[in-house]
Write a protein of this length. Structure first.
Length: 499
């Protein structure tokens, strides 16, 4: 008996097949080719996503032919939507969250209904990235295409449709449209009326972990799946990763250390405070019943380290390749064990929360003639962590507290960075036996729908296990504290100079 988890991201997708005891049977990964679009725009081709997901499923299934997949579920990025016609044909690329289109439509809807009303009903801060504004933009700027649109499907919905032929989404992903009532868990007809959009343009909403139907016969044959494979609603990638990390109660958070870094925490009741929205956080449904989540993120985490590796650290990268090791592992082994004393503003691709400033720029401060490559690298690890500590501070100001972190993703492979994180945040940090929290989360949802696990609590008890644990080092906390107070002055100073 096996369960299939699908995780569709903005740059690539992965699939993982596990048995009911959490043993990984196979996995596969594909990157998507770049999607050409106009300068300043950011799009993703839905057909490329589907072809990559299909290839990953085939590879994963073929790798464990004796393990029959009983159910599958999907985690995906949010906001971007796929407009399709009555024959299921894609009419336009998905517009990604970093694309500036939709600002005029956002201003129009905010004027009609009021920004506070929109935020209080949907639980998301006002921003043009949400699906409702992309749909309005397409109507206003591509009316010939819009006239043929039958559905706007987010990427989980699109993959469910390709697999099962059904139009369905879950509450957590519907919440990323800014057209969904976060507490009543229905499409908000007042907001949609204000946008002059019909609720029928969106998929039917269901709780995460709900059976939608079976994989279509022709698709099952193509992918090597059994004809009776159950397709189950999954969720937005962040709450799915939270479930896959066992973050289903207050005080615990998952720290997804990938290209971007995102800390997601569980709430036992919704929080729609002015302080929350002022810092650009949202509050929406978890993939676990009667729970909510919020998340804080920076866009430049792994992406910043990759930039460092490919520019300042080119010689170290070449040396690491010659030794058959990761460049990051080599850099980790050579940095000083003590705080760097430098500061890096990690906004090399704009900022995430709490600023959400697409024009934010990066900076490196404190350089002198004795500064080494390794000093700068350590400062980058520290400053990404300062940025996330500031986010935790802002969440505390909104009444949301995080006591400990569970780290997942590529960055969680670095013990050096995890100890820095524990020291700067003054909180314990743990890694997990199964690092792919997103796919594990949807595997849990598939297993709940198939009757293998009674509920999320049982699935977490069986499948989530800590691997390593990092406690704050008291000898470094005070030194980091001094640098952190300097760090908090950095963004407004650089912004004022650059503007």
């Amino acid at each position: 008996m096996a369960l299939l988890g699908i995780d569709a991201g903005t740059s690539g997708c992965k699939t993982t097949i596990l048995n009911e005891f959490g043993k990984v049977l196979s996995s596969a990964y594909r990157e998507y080719p770049p999607t050409p679009c106009k300068v300043g725009c950011s799009e993703i081709a839905p057909e490329n996503v589907w072809l990559s997901v299909a290839a990953c499923i085939r590879e994963s299934v073929a790798a464990c032919p004796n393990d029959r997949v009983q159910a599958l579920s999907i985690s995906s990025f949010g906001e971007a939507a796929v407009p399709i016609d009555s024959a299921g044909r894609v009419l336009y690329n998905g517009i990604l969250l970093t694309d500036p289109r939709g600002q005029e439509q956002m201003a129009t809807l905010a004027e009609r209904l009021g920004a506070q009303t929109l935020m209080q009903r949907t639980g998301v801060p006002l921003h043009p990235m949400y699906t409702i504004f992309r749909a309005m933009w397409l109507r206003d700027n591509q009316p010939e295409i819009f006239s043929r649109v039958v559905k706007f499907l987010q990427f989980e919905d699109y993959l469910i449709y390709k697999l099962s032929g059904e139009f369905a989404t879950d509450y957590s992903l519907a919440d990323r449209t800014m057209a969904f009532h976060a507490v009543d868990k229905v499409w908000d007809e007042e907001i949609l009326a204000g946008a002059n959009l019909s609720p029928d343009l969106f998929a039917h909403t269901l709780p995460s972990g709900t059976p939608v139907g079976l994989v279509q016969h022709t698709v099952a044959v193509e992918l090597g799946l059994p004809n009776d494979t159950l397709v189950v609603t999954g969720g937005h990638d962040q709450p799915c990763a939270a479930l896959g990390s066992g973050v289903i109660s207050a005080g615990l958070a998952v720290d997804g250390m990938g290209t971007a870094e995102c800390i997601t925490t569980c709430l036992e009741k919704p929080v729609f405070s002015p302080e929350l929205f002022a810092s650009n956080y949202h509050c929406g449904p978890h993939v676990v019943p009667n729970r909510y989540i919020t998340f804080a993120y920076t866009l430049s985490a792994g992406a910043l380290l990759q930039w460092f590796r490919d520019t300042i650290g080119r010689s170290e990268r070449a040396e690491a390749q010659a030794c058959g090791m990761s460049a990051y592992a080599l850099l980790d082994s050579r940095i000083s064990p003590e705080p760097s004393g430098l500061l890096v503003l990690p906004h090399f691709g704009g900022s995430g929360t709490p600023y959400l400033d697409p024009n934010a720029t990066g900076a490196i401060l404190g350089l002198n003639s004795r500064t080494t490559t390794y000093d700068i690298y350590r400062a980058m690890l520290e400053s990404i962590t300062y940025e996330m500590r500031y986010n935790l501070e802002c969440l505390e100001g909104a009444g949301i507290f995080v006591d400990s972190l569970r780290a997942v993703g590529g960055g969680a492979k670095s013990d050096v960075w995890l100890q820095i994180k524990a020291d700067i945040m003054n909180r314990p940090v743990s890694t997990l036996a199964i690092n792919e929290a997103g796919t594990l989360g949807v595997v849990m949802l598939a297993g709940i729908a198939a009757g293998i696990y009674r509920d999320a609590d049982e699935a977490c008890r069986l499948l989530v296990n800590e691997k390593h644990h990092f406690e704050p080092d008291p000898s470094r906390i005070e030194r980091y504290e001094e640098n952190y107070q300097r760090y908090k002055k950095l963004y407004p100073a650089v912004r004022d100079i650059w503007e």
